[in-house]
Design a protein around this ligand. Structure first.
Ligand SMILES: Cc1cc2nc3c(=O)[nH]c(=O)nc-3n(C[C@H](O)[C@H](O)[C@H](O)COP(=O)(O)OP(=O)(O)OC[C@H]3O[C@@H](n4cnc5c(N)ncnc54)[C@H](O)[C@@H]3O)c2cc1C
Length: 536
Protein backbone atom coordinates (compact mmCIF):
# COMPACT_ATOMS: atom_id res chain seq x y z
CA UNK A 1 0.00 0.00 0.00
CA UNK A 2 1.14 3.57 0.20
CA UNK A 3 1.25 6.41 -2.21
CA UNK A 4 1.11 5.04 -5.74
CA UNK A 5 -0.83 8.06 -6.88
CA UNK A 6 1.83 9.96 -8.74
CA UNK A 7 2.17 7.15 -11.29
CA UNK A 8 -1.51 6.54 -11.56
CA UNK A 9 -3.29 9.88 -11.47
CA UNK A 10 -5.46 9.40 -14.52
CA UNK A 11 -7.01 6.24 -13.13
CA UNK A 12 -10.64 6.58 -12.18
CA UNK A 13 -11.08 5.72 -8.55
CA UNK A 14 -14.57 4.85 -9.75
CA UNK A 15 -16.12 3.62 -6.57
CA UNK A 16 -15.79 5.07 -3.07
CA UNK A 17 -13.44 7.94 -2.24
CA UNK A 18 -13.02 8.87 1.41
CA UNK A 19 -11.34 12.19 2.16
CA UNK A 20 -9.64 12.12 5.56
CA UNK A 21 -7.34 9.76 7.42
CA UNK A 22 -8.63 10.28 10.96
CA UNK A 23 -10.95 8.04 12.92
CA UNK A 24 -14.03 8.70 10.75
CA UNK A 25 -12.23 8.13 7.44
CA UNK A 26 -10.19 5.06 8.39
CA UNK A 27 -13.01 3.37 10.29
CA UNK A 28 -15.37 3.89 7.35
CA UNK A 29 -12.79 2.44 4.94
CA UNK A 30 -12.30 -0.63 7.16
CA UNK A 31 -16.04 -1.14 7.51
CA UNK A 32 -16.45 -1.00 3.71
CA UNK A 33 -13.86 -3.72 3.08
CA UNK A 34 -13.62 -5.72 0.89
CA UNK A 35 -15.26 -3.08 -1.32
CA UNK A 36 -12.50 -1.08 -3.03
CA UNK A 37 -12.00 2.27 -1.36
CA UNK A 38 -9.55 5.11 -1.90
CA UNK A 39 -8.61 7.14 1.17
CA UNK A 40 -7.13 10.58 0.51
CA UNK A 41 -5.33 12.30 3.32
CA UNK A 42 -3.68 15.71 3.29
CA UNK A 43 -1.07 14.55 5.80
CA UNK A 44 0.61 11.14 6.08
CA UNK A 45 -1.62 8.77 8.06
CA UNK A 46 -1.10 9.31 11.77
CA UNK A 47 -0.29 12.99 11.30
CA UNK A 48 -2.50 16.03 10.80
CA UNK A 49 -5.55 14.38 12.36
CA UNK A 50 -7.18 15.50 15.61
CA UNK A 51 -7.91 11.85 16.33
CA UNK A 52 -4.24 11.19 17.03
CA UNK A 53 -4.22 13.95 19.63
CA UNK A 54 -7.27 12.89 21.62
CA UNK A 55 -6.34 12.46 25.25
CA UNK A 56 -9.54 11.69 27.15
CA UNK A 57 -11.03 8.82 25.21
CA UNK A 58 -14.44 7.69 24.00
CA UNK A 59 -17.68 8.13 25.95
CA UNK A 60 -19.53 4.81 26.19
CA UNK A 61 -22.02 3.67 28.81
CA UNK A 62 -20.39 0.28 29.28
CA UNK A 63 -19.91 0.26 33.06
CA UNK A 64 -22.27 -1.47 35.45
CA UNK A 65 -25.03 0.85 36.61
CA UNK A 66 -24.63 3.18 33.63
CA UNK A 67 -27.04 3.28 30.70
CA UNK A 68 -27.41 4.66 27.19
CA UNK A 69 -30.36 6.68 28.45
CA UNK A 70 -28.22 8.35 31.15
CA UNK A 71 -25.49 9.08 28.58
CA UNK A 72 -28.03 10.60 26.20
CA UNK A 73 -29.53 12.68 29.02
CA UNK A 74 -26.08 14.13 29.84
CA UNK A 75 -25.50 14.87 26.14
CA UNK A 76 -28.84 16.66 25.90
CA UNK A 77 -28.28 18.59 29.15
CA UNK A 78 -25.11 20.35 27.91
CA UNK A 79 -26.32 20.96 24.34
CA UNK A 80 -28.14 24.24 25.01
CA UNK A 81 -31.54 22.89 23.98
CA UNK A 82 -30.44 22.07 20.42
CA UNK A 83 -29.47 18.40 20.71
CA UNK A 84 -31.54 16.07 18.54
CA UNK A 85 -32.62 13.67 21.28
CA UNK A 86 -33.12 10.66 19.00
CA UNK A 87 -29.64 11.18 17.56
CA UNK A 88 -28.08 11.40 21.04
CA UNK A 89 -29.79 8.21 22.16
CA UNK A 90 -28.82 6.41 18.98
CA UNK A 91 -25.17 7.36 19.52
CA UNK A 92 -25.20 6.21 23.13
CA UNK A 93 -26.85 2.90 22.23
CA UNK A 94 -24.33 2.05 19.51
CA UNK A 95 -21.30 2.91 21.63
CA UNK A 96 -20.75 -0.59 23.00
CA UNK A 97 -20.78 -2.22 19.56
CA UNK A 98 -18.32 0.30 18.15
CA UNK A 99 -15.97 -0.09 21.12
CA UNK A 100 -16.01 -3.84 20.40
CA UNK A 101 -15.11 -3.07 16.76
CA UNK A 102 -12.19 -0.94 17.92
CA UNK A 103 -11.01 -3.73 20.24
CA UNK A 104 -11.21 -6.06 17.23
CA UNK A 105 -9.01 -3.68 15.21
CA UNK A 106 -6.49 -3.84 18.04
CA UNK A 107 -7.10 -0.73 20.18
CA UNK A 108 -5.72 -1.62 23.64
CA UNK A 109 -8.32 0.07 25.85
CA UNK A 110 -7.40 0.07 29.56
CA UNK A 111 -9.00 -2.62 31.70
CA UNK A 112 -9.58 -2.93 35.43
CA UNK A 113 -8.33 -5.75 37.66
CA UNK A 114 -11.28 -7.92 36.66
CA UNK A 115 -10.51 -7.44 32.98
CA UNK A 116 -13.49 -5.18 32.36
CA UNK A 117 -13.06 -1.93 30.38
CA UNK A 118 -11.80 0.76 32.75
CA UNK A 119 -13.85 3.95 32.60
CA UNK A 120 -12.87 7.48 33.61
CA UNK A 121 -14.93 10.55 34.47
CA UNK A 122 -15.06 13.80 32.53
CA UNK A 123 -16.91 17.07 32.98
CA UNK A 124 -20.73 17.01 32.85
CA UNK A 125 -20.89 13.20 32.64
CA UNK A 126 -23.07 11.83 35.46
CA UNK A 127 -21.10 8.57 35.50
CA UNK A 128 -17.61 7.27 34.88
CA UNK A 129 -17.87 6.33 31.20
CA UNK A 130 -14.76 7.42 29.30
CA UNK A 131 -13.01 4.43 27.78
CA UNK A 132 -9.32 5.30 27.56
CA UNK A 133 -5.83 4.00 26.79
CA UNK A 134 -2.82 4.31 29.09
CA UNK A 135 -4.15 7.45 30.76
CA UNK A 136 -4.15 10.12 28.06
CA UNK A 137 -2.94 8.09 25.06
CA UNK A 138 -6.34 7.16 23.55
CA UNK A 139 -5.95 9.05 20.27
CA UNK A 140 -2.46 7.77 19.52
CA UNK A 141 -3.47 4.19 20.29
CA UNK A 142 -6.67 4.35 18.24
CA UNK A 143 -4.99 5.82 15.17
CA UNK A 144 -2.04 3.41 15.39
CA UNK A 145 -4.36 0.40 15.53
CA UNK A 146 -6.51 1.64 12.64
CA UNK A 147 -3.51 2.47 10.46
CA UNK A 148 -2.22 -1.06 11.06
CA UNK A 149 -5.60 -2.51 10.08
CA UNK A 150 -5.87 -0.26 7.00
CA UNK A 151 -2.35 -1.08 5.79
CA UNK A 152 -3.23 -4.76 6.08
CA UNK A 153 -6.45 -4.45 4.07
CA UNK A 154 -5.74 -4.89 0.35
CA UNK A 155 -9.03 -3.30 -0.76
CA UNK A 156 -8.02 0.07 0.73
CA UNK A 157 -5.80 2.32 -1.37
CA UNK A 158 -4.25 5.22 0.53
CA UNK A 159 -3.15 8.45 -1.12
CA UNK A 160 -1.20 10.68 1.25
CA UNK A 161 -0.07 14.25 0.73
CA UNK A 162 -2.97 15.40 -1.45
CA UNK A 163 -5.63 17.86 -0.43
CA UNK A 164 -9.19 17.87 -1.76
CA UNK A 165 -9.74 21.48 -2.84
CA UNK A 166 -13.09 21.20 -4.65
CA UNK A 167 -15.93 18.81 -5.28
CA UNK A 168 -16.87 17.97 -8.85
CA UNK A 169 -20.56 17.88 -9.58
CA UNK A 170 -22.72 16.93 -12.51
CA UNK A 171 -26.24 15.67 -13.18
CA UNK A 172 -27.26 16.95 -9.75
CA UNK A 173 -24.77 14.77 -7.90
CA UNK A 174 -21.22 14.79 -6.60
CA UNK A 175 -19.12 13.00 -9.20
CA UNK A 176 -15.62 13.35 -7.81
CA UNK A 177 -12.98 15.62 -6.40
CA UNK A 178 -10.27 17.99 -7.45
CA UNK A 179 -7.03 17.27 -5.58
CA UNK A 180 -3.76 19.13 -5.32
CA UNK A 181 -0.43 18.12 -3.89
CA UNK A 182 -0.03 19.63 -0.44
CA UNK A 183 2.23 22.70 -0.19
CA UNK A 184 2.73 22.76 -3.95
CA UNK A 185 0.66 25.72 -5.05
CA UNK A 186 1.91 25.50 -8.61
CA UNK A 187 1.16 21.78 -8.98
CA UNK A 188 -1.42 20.82 -11.57
CA UNK A 189 -4.64 19.71 -9.91
CA UNK A 190 -5.78 16.14 -10.34
CA UNK A 191 -9.36 15.06 -10.92
CA UNK A 192 -10.68 11.85 -9.47
CA UNK A 193 -14.05 10.39 -10.34
CA UNK A 194 -16.14 8.69 -7.75
CA UNK A 195 -19.53 7.08 -7.32
CA UNK A 196 -19.56 7.96 -3.63
CA UNK A 197 -17.58 10.65 -1.83
CA UNK A 198 -17.26 10.53 1.96
CA UNK A 199 -15.93 13.71 3.54
CA UNK A 200 -14.16 12.98 6.83
CA UNK A 201 -11.84 15.96 6.90
CA UNK A 202 -12.15 16.91 10.58
CA UNK A 203 -12.73 20.32 12.13
CA UNK A 204 -12.02 24.01 11.72
CA UNK A 205 -9.81 24.83 14.73
CA UNK A 206 -6.94 26.09 12.60
CA UNK A 207 -9.14 28.92 11.36
CA UNK A 208 -8.33 30.38 14.80
CA UNK A 209 -5.00 31.80 15.92
CA UNK A 210 -5.28 29.98 19.25
CA UNK A 211 -6.28 26.36 18.75
CA UNK A 212 -5.60 22.82 19.88
CA UNK A 213 -6.19 21.45 16.36
CA UNK A 214 -3.62 20.43 13.75
CA UNK A 215 -3.02 22.75 10.77
CA UNK A 216 -4.99 20.37 8.53
CA UNK A 217 -8.16 21.21 10.52
CA UNK A 218 -8.71 24.42 8.58
CA UNK A 219 -12.28 23.86 7.46
CA UNK A 220 -11.49 22.79 3.90
CA UNK A 221 -14.01 19.95 3.88
CA UNK A 222 -16.72 22.25 5.17
CA UNK A 223 -15.78 24.84 2.55
CA UNK A 224 -15.75 22.57 -0.48
CA UNK A 225 -19.10 21.09 0.51
CA UNK A 226 -20.59 24.56 1.00
CA UNK A 227 -19.15 25.78 -2.31
CA UNK A 228 -20.87 22.86 -4.02
CA UNK A 229 -24.17 23.94 -2.45
CA UNK A 230 -24.43 21.57 0.54
CA UNK A 231 -26.63 22.53 3.47
CA UNK A 232 -24.52 23.45 6.52
CA UNK A 233 -25.85 23.09 10.07
CA UNK A 234 -25.05 25.05 13.24
CA UNK A 235 -21.73 26.53 12.02
CA UNK A 236 -21.74 29.21 14.72
CA UNK A 237 -21.20 26.68 17.49
CA UNK A 238 -17.47 26.30 18.14
CA UNK A 239 -16.26 24.77 21.38
CA UNK A 240 -13.32 26.41 23.08
CA UNK A 241 -11.28 24.15 25.30
CA UNK A 242 -10.74 26.01 28.55
CA UNK A 243 -7.28 24.66 29.25
CA UNK A 244 -4.92 24.89 26.29
CA UNK A 245 -1.36 25.15 27.59
CA UNK A 246 -0.02 28.62 26.81
CA UNK A 247 3.63 28.15 26.06
CA UNK A 248 3.83 29.96 22.71
CA UNK A 249 3.15 26.92 20.50
CA UNK A 250 0.81 26.78 17.47
CA UNK A 251 -1.22 24.64 17.85
CA UNK A 252 -1.35 24.90 21.62
CA UNK A 253 -0.91 21.63 23.52
CA UNK A 254 -3.89 20.54 25.56
CA UNK A 255 -4.27 19.91 29.25
CA UNK A 256 -7.05 17.33 29.12
CA UNK A 257 -10.27 17.79 31.02
CA UNK A 258 -9.57 14.48 32.73
CA UNK A 259 -7.05 16.41 34.84
CA UNK A 260 -9.93 18.38 36.32
CA UNK A 261 -11.82 15.09 36.66
CA UNK A 262 -8.90 13.93 38.83
CA UNK A 263 -9.20 17.03 41.02
CA UNK A 264 -6.91 19.62 39.40
CA UNK A 265 -8.22 23.14 40.07
CA UNK A 266 -8.21 26.42 38.15
CA UNK A 267 -6.52 29.29 39.95
CA UNK A 268 -5.45 32.84 39.13
CA UNK A 269 -2.07 34.44 39.76
CA UNK A 270 -3.08 35.06 43.38
CA UNK A 271 -3.63 31.34 43.87
CA UNK A 272 -7.44 31.81 44.17
CA UNK A 273 -9.88 29.31 42.64
CA UNK A 274 -12.29 31.27 40.42
CA UNK A 275 -14.70 28.63 39.16
CA UNK A 276 -16.68 27.85 42.37
CA UNK A 277 -18.12 31.39 42.25
CA UNK A 278 -19.23 30.89 38.65
CA UNK A 279 -20.93 27.49 38.66
CA UNK A 280 -21.99 24.86 41.22
CA UNK A 281 -19.89 22.25 39.40
CA UNK A 282 -16.87 24.60 39.54
CA UNK A 283 -14.04 23.15 37.39
CA UNK A 284 -16.33 20.38 36.13
CA UNK A 285 -18.98 22.78 34.79
CA UNK A 286 -19.81 22.57 31.05
CA UNK A 287 -16.91 23.56 28.85
CA UNK A 288 -18.37 26.86 27.66
CA UNK A 289 -18.86 28.01 31.24
CA UNK A 290 -15.31 27.05 32.20
CA UNK A 291 -13.91 28.62 29.00
CA UNK A 292 -15.65 31.93 29.77
CA UNK A 293 -14.40 31.76 33.37
CA UNK A 294 -10.82 31.31 32.21
CA UNK A 295 -11.24 33.98 29.53
CA UNK A 296 -12.65 36.49 32.03
CA UNK A 297 -9.87 35.87 34.53
CA UNK A 298 -7.23 36.43 31.83
CA UNK A 299 -9.08 39.51 30.50
CA UNK A 300 -9.13 40.93 34.04
CA UNK A 301 -5.35 40.61 34.12
CA UNK A 302 -5.21 37.85 36.73
CA UNK A 303 -4.00 35.04 34.48
CA UNK A 304 -5.32 31.47 34.64
CA UNK A 305 -3.49 28.32 35.71
CA UNK A 306 -4.36 24.67 36.08
CA UNK A 307 -3.07 23.43 39.40
CA UNK A 308 -2.60 19.66 39.67
CA UNK A 309 0.09 19.82 42.34
CA UNK A 310 -2.19 18.60 45.15
CA UNK A 311 -4.46 16.33 43.08
CA UNK A 312 -1.72 14.47 41.20
CA UNK A 313 1.67 15.67 42.34
CA UNK A 314 4.28 12.98 41.74
CA UNK A 315 1.76 10.78 39.87
CA UNK A 316 1.36 13.37 37.10
CA UNK A 317 3.90 11.91 34.67
CA UNK A 318 2.61 8.38 34.99
CA UNK A 319 -1.09 9.30 34.71
CA UNK A 320 -0.88 12.02 32.04
CA UNK A 321 2.32 11.41 30.08
CA UNK A 322 1.34 13.55 27.08
CA UNK A 323 0.46 16.64 29.12
CA UNK A 324 3.53 16.08 31.27
CA UNK A 325 5.79 15.99 28.21
CA UNK A 326 4.26 19.21 26.80
CA UNK A 327 4.84 21.01 30.11
CA UNK A 328 8.37 19.73 30.61
CA UNK A 329 9.29 20.76 27.04
CA UNK A 330 8.28 24.32 28.03
CA UNK A 331 10.22 24.25 31.28
CA UNK A 332 7.20 23.65 33.56
CA UNK A 333 7.11 20.82 36.10
CA UNK A 334 3.34 20.23 36.48
CA UNK A 335 3.88 18.01 39.55
CA UNK A 336 5.08 21.11 41.41
CA UNK A 337 3.94 24.14 39.38
CA UNK A 338 0.56 25.39 38.10
CA UNK A 339 0.26 25.24 34.28
CA UNK A 340 -0.57 28.53 32.41
CA UNK A 341 -3.75 27.98 30.40
CA UNK A 342 -6.15 29.83 28.05
CA UNK A 343 -9.24 28.89 26.02
CA UNK A 344 -8.50 27.64 22.49
CA UNK A 345 -10.69 26.67 19.52
CA UNK A 346 -11.08 22.96 19.96
CA UNK A 347 -14.13 21.38 18.39
CA UNK A 348 -16.75 22.32 15.80
CA UNK A 349 -20.26 21.28 16.76
CA UNK A 350 -21.52 22.54 13.40
CA UNK A 351 -20.67 21.13 10.01
CA UNK A 352 -22.14 19.62 6.88
CA UNK A 353 -25.73 18.69 7.70
CA UNK A 354 -26.24 14.92 7.58
CA UNK A 355 -29.12 12.57 8.26
CA UNK A 356 -29.04 9.43 10.39
CA UNK A 357 -27.18 7.54 7.63
CA UNK A 358 -24.55 10.25 7.19
CA UNK A 359 -26.05 11.43 3.90
CA UNK A 360 -25.54 15.09 3.05
CA UNK A 361 -27.95 17.24 1.03
CA UNK A 362 -25.84 16.50 -2.07
CA UNK A 363 -26.52 13.25 -3.90
CA UNK A 364 -23.46 11.00 -3.90
CA UNK A 365 -21.87 12.61 -0.84
CA UNK A 366 -21.72 11.50 2.76
CA UNK A 367 -19.96 13.18 5.67
CA UNK A 368 -18.74 11.75 8.96
CA UNK A 369 -16.77 12.82 12.00
CA UNK A 370 -16.12 16.40 12.97
CA UNK A 371 -16.79 17.86 9.51
CA UNK A 372 -20.39 16.71 9.76
CA UNK A 373 -23.25 17.94 11.90
CA UNK A 374 -25.56 15.15 13.02
CA UNK A 375 -27.43 17.09 15.71
CA UNK A 376 -25.80 15.06 18.49
CA UNK A 377 -23.99 17.99 20.08
CA UNK A 378 -26.42 20.87 19.69
CA UNK A 379 -24.84 24.11 20.87
CA UNK A 380 -22.18 22.43 23.01
CA UNK A 381 -20.45 19.05 22.93
CA UNK A 382 -20.24 16.74 25.89
CA UNK A 383 -16.62 15.69 26.43
CA UNK A 384 -15.52 12.54 24.57
CA UNK A 385 -18.67 12.33 22.49
CA UNK A 386 -16.90 13.32 19.28
CA UNK A 387 -14.81 10.18 18.82
CA UNK A 388 -17.98 8.24 19.56
CA UNK A 389 -19.91 10.18 16.93
CA UNK A 390 -17.10 9.69 14.39
CA UNK A 391 -17.04 5.95 14.85
CA UNK A 392 -20.83 5.47 14.97
CA UNK A 393 -21.49 7.52 11.83
CA UNK A 394 -18.52 6.08 9.95
CA UNK A 395 -20.06 2.64 10.46
CA UNK A 396 -23.50 3.86 9.40
CA UNK A 397 -22.09 5.51 6.27
CA UNK A 398 -20.28 2.31 5.33
CA UNK A 399 -23.49 0.33 5.81
CA UNK A 400 -25.47 2.82 3.74
CA UNK A 401 -22.96 2.83 0.89
CA UNK A 402 -22.58 -0.95 1.01
CA UNK A 403 -26.33 -1.33 0.59
CA UNK A 404 -26.41 0.69 -2.62
CA UNK A 405 -25.55 0.18 -6.24
CA UNK A 406 -24.37 3.61 -7.24
CA UNK A 407 -24.21 4.47 -10.92
CA UNK A 408 -20.88 5.56 -12.36
CA UNK A 409 -20.59 9.29 -13.09
CA UNK A 410 -21.75 10.06 -16.59
CA UNK A 411 -18.97 12.45 -17.55
CA UNK A 412 -15.24 12.37 -17.23
CA UNK A 413 -13.96 14.69 -14.54
CA UNK A 414 -10.70 15.07 -16.48
CA UNK A 415 -12.52 17.28 -18.99
CA UNK A 416 -13.12 20.11 -16.52
CA UNK A 417 -11.31 23.40 -16.75
CA UNK A 418 -9.29 24.14 -13.63
CA UNK A 419 -8.75 27.53 -12.06
CA UNK A 420 -5.39 29.16 -11.47
CA UNK A 421 -3.85 28.97 -8.02
CA UNK A 422 -1.76 31.85 -6.73
CA UNK A 423 0.81 31.75 -3.92
CA UNK A 424 -0.59 31.59 -0.40
CA UNK A 425 -0.35 35.02 1.25
CA UNK A 426 0.81 34.25 4.80
CA UNK A 427 -0.15 37.66 6.19
CA UNK A 428 -3.77 37.40 5.02
CA UNK A 429 -4.00 33.92 6.53
CA UNK A 430 -2.55 35.13 9.83
CA UNK A 431 -4.99 38.05 9.84
CA UNK A 432 -7.93 35.75 9.18
CA UNK A 433 -6.92 33.48 12.05
CA UNK A 434 -6.36 36.43 14.39
CA UNK A 435 -9.76 37.86 13.49
CA UNK A 436 -11.47 34.53 14.16
CA UNK A 437 -9.95 34.47 17.65
CA UNK A 438 -10.67 38.12 18.46
CA UNK A 439 -14.05 38.60 16.70
CA UNK A 440 -15.59 35.11 16.46
CA UNK A 441 -14.17 33.64 19.67
CA UNK A 442 -15.19 32.89 23.25
CA UNK A 443 -17.00 36.24 23.65
CA UNK A 444 -18.68 37.75 20.58
CA UNK A 445 -20.63 40.91 19.75
CA UNK A 446 -22.60 42.09 16.75
CA UNK A 447 -20.15 44.79 15.68
CA UNK A 448 -17.13 42.52 15.75
CA UNK A 449 -18.98 39.74 13.98
CA UNK A 450 -20.18 42.10 11.23
CA UNK A 451 -16.59 43.25 10.67
CA UNK A 452 -15.44 39.63 10.49
CA UNK A 453 -18.20 38.72 8.03
CA UNK A 454 -17.25 41.60 5.74
CA UNK A 455 -13.58 40.76 5.95
CA UNK A 456 -13.97 37.04 5.24
CA UNK A 457 -16.36 37.72 2.35
CA UNK A 458 -13.77 40.06 0.84
CA UNK A 459 -10.97 37.48 1.18
CA UNK A 460 -13.22 34.79 -0.28
CA UNK A 461 -14.00 37.04 -3.23
CA UNK A 462 -10.55 38.46 -3.88
CA UNK A 463 -7.88 35.89 -3.09
CA UNK A 464 -6.33 33.90 -5.89
CA UNK A 465 -5.14 31.18 -3.53
CA UNK A 466 -7.54 28.26 -3.37
CA UNK A 467 -6.61 27.03 0.12
CA UNK A 468 -7.02 30.51 1.59
CA UNK A 469 -10.27 30.99 -0.28
CA UNK A 470 -11.61 27.77 1.23
CA UNK A 471 -10.51 28.92 4.70
CA UNK A 472 -12.34 32.20 4.15
CA UNK A 473 -15.45 30.32 3.02
CA UNK A 474 -15.48 28.26 6.23
CA UNK A 475 -14.77 31.34 8.36
CA UNK A 476 -17.58 33.25 6.63
CA UNK A 477 -20.07 30.48 7.40
CA UNK A 478 -19.15 30.53 11.11
CA UNK A 479 -19.14 34.32 11.45
CA UNK A 480 -22.34 34.92 9.46
CA UNK A 481 -24.33 32.42 11.53
CA UNK A 482 -22.85 33.76 14.77
CA UNK A 483 -23.91 37.25 13.67
CA UNK A 484 -27.42 36.04 12.79
CA UNK A 485 -28.00 34.26 16.09
CA UNK A 486 -28.76 37.22 18.33
CA UNK A 487 -28.64 35.34 21.61
CA UNK A 488 -26.26 33.42 23.85
CA UNK A 489 -26.66 29.67 23.84
CA UNK A 490 -24.21 26.86 24.55
CA UNK A 491 -20.82 27.73 23.12
CA UNK A 492 -22.04 30.94 21.48
CA UNK A 493 -21.81 33.86 23.90
CA UNK A 494 -22.93 37.26 22.58
CA UNK A 495 -22.07 40.05 24.99
CA UNK A 496 -24.70 42.22 23.24
CA UNK A 497 -27.32 39.47 23.60
CA UNK A 498 -26.30 37.68 26.81
CA UNK A 499 -29.55 35.77 27.34
CA UNK A 500 -30.94 32.69 25.67
CA UNK A 501 -34.02 33.47 23.55
CA UNK A 502 -36.66 30.73 23.53
CA UNK A 503 -37.74 31.75 20.01
CA UNK A 504 -34.24 30.82 18.77
CA UNK A 505 -34.21 27.33 20.29
CA UNK A 506 -33.73 25.71 16.92
CA UNK A 507 -30.78 24.53 14.87
CA UNK A 508 -29.32 26.68 12.11
CA UNK A 509 -29.59 25.28 8.60
CA UNK A 510 -27.82 27.48 6.10
CA UNK A 511 -25.88 27.65 2.86
CA UNK A 512 -22.93 29.58 1.53
CA UNK A 513 -25.32 31.64 -0.62
CA UNK A 514 -27.14 32.72 2.55
CA UNK A 515 -23.85 33.63 4.27
CA UNK A 516 -22.81 35.70 1.24
CA UNK A 517 -26.19 37.44 1.32
CA UNK A 518 -25.56 38.38 4.95
CA UNK A 519 -22.15 39.74 3.99
CA UNK A 520 -23.70 41.77 1.18
CA UNK A 521 -26.35 43.16 3.51
CA UNK A 522 -23.66 44.22 5.98
CA UNK A 523 -21.65 46.20 3.51
CA UNK A 524 -22.49 48.29 0.51
CA UNK A 525 -18.80 48.00 -0.30
CA UNK A 526 -19.34 44.30 -0.95
CA UNK A 527 -22.11 44.13 -3.54
CA UNK A 528 -24.21 40.99 -3.79
CA UNK A 529 -22.55 38.65 -6.25
CA UNK A 530 -24.14 36.09 -8.51
CA UNK A 531 -23.75 32.53 -7.18
CA UNK A 532 -20.37 30.99 -7.98
CA UNK A 533 -20.32 28.12 -10.45
CA UNK A 534 -20.53 24.89 -8.46
CA UNK A 535 -17.05 23.73 -9.30
CA UNK A 536 -15.30 27.00 -8.58
C1 LIG B 1 -6.07 17.91 21.29
C2 LIG B 1 -7.41 17.27 21.09
C3 LIG B 1 -7.90 16.38 22.03
C4 LIG B 1 -9.15 15.77 21.84
N1 LIG B 1 -9.59 14.85 22.75
C5 LIG B 1 -10.75 14.19 22.51
C6 LIG B 1 -11.18 13.14 23.36
O1 LIG B 1 -10.51 12.78 24.31
N2 LIG B 1 -12.36 12.54 23.08
C7 LIG B 1 -13.15 12.89 22.02
O2 LIG B 1 -14.21 12.29 21.81
N3 LIG B 1 -12.74 13.87 21.18
C8 LIG B 1 -11.57 14.51 21.39
N4 LIG B 1 -11.16 15.49 20.53
C9 LIG B 1 -11.94 15.71 19.31
C10 LIG B 1 -11.70 14.54 18.35
O3 LIG B 1 -10.35 14.18 18.40
C11 LIG B 1 -12.08 14.89 16.93
O4 LIG B 1 -13.36 15.46 16.88
C12 LIG B 1 -12.07 13.64 16.07
O5 LIG B 1 -10.84 12.98 16.19
C13 LIG B 1 -12.32 13.99 14.63
O6 LIG B 1 -12.08 12.85 13.85
P1 LIG B 1 -12.20 12.98 12.30
O7 LIG B 1 -11.88 11.65 11.73
O8 LIG B 1 -13.49 13.61 11.96
O9 LIG B 1 -11.09 14.07 11.90
P2 LIG B 1 -9.50 14.05 12.10
O10 LIG B 1 -9.06 13.01 13.03
O11 LIG B 1 -9.09 15.45 12.38
O12 LIG B 1 -8.98 13.64 10.65
C14 LIG B 1 -9.16 14.51 9.55
C15 LIG B 1 -8.35 13.98 8.40
O13 LIG B 1 -8.69 14.70 7.22
C16 LIG B 1 -7.48 15.13 6.55
N5 LIG B 1 -7.87 16.31 5.78
C17 LIG B 1 -8.38 17.48 6.24
N6 LIG B 1 -8.72 18.26 5.19
C18 LIG B 1 -8.43 17.57 4.08
C19 LIG B 1 -8.58 17.84 2.68
N7 LIG B 1 -9.14 18.97 2.22
N8 LIG B 1 -8.14 16.91 1.79
C20 LIG B 1 -7.59 15.73 2.24
N9 LIG B 1 -7.46 15.43 3.53
C21 LIG B 1 -7.89 16.32 4.44
C22 LIG B 1 -6.49 15.33 7.67
O14 LIG B 1 -5.17 15.28 7.20
C23 LIG B 1 -6.85 14.11 8.55
O15 LIG B 1 -6.26 12.95 8.03
C24 LIG B 1 -9.92 16.10 20.70
C25 LIG B 1 -9.42 17.00 19.76
C26 LIG B 1 -8.17 17.59 19.95
C27 LIG B 1 -7.66 18.54 18.92
Amino acid sequence: MGNTFKNDFTRDTGDVVIVGGGLAGLFCALKLAPRPVTVISAAPLGEGASTAWAQGGIAAAVAEGDSAEAHAADTIAVGGGLVDEAVALGLAREAGARIRDLLHYGVPFDRDLEGKLAVGREAAHSARRIVHVRGDMAGKAIIAALIGAVRGTPSIRVIEGYVAEALLTGDGAVTGLRLREVANTAAKPIMVASRAVVLATGGIGHLYAVTTNPAEASGLGLAIAARAGAVIADPEFVQFHPTAIMVGRDPAPLATEALRGEGATLINDRGERFMPARHPLAELAPRDVVARGVFAEIAAGHGAFLDATAALGAHFAEKFPTVHASCVAAGIDPARQPIPVAPAAHYHMGGIAVDARGRTSLKGMWAGGEVSCTGAHGANRLASNSLLEAVVYAARIAEDIAGQTIAAPSRSPMALVTPRNCARPPLTEANLRAMMTSHVGVIRDGGGLAEAVRSFAAIERDTGNIALRNMATAALLVAASAWSRRESRGAQYRIDHPAERPALAHRTLTTLAAARDIAASLSDRIPARPAQPLNA
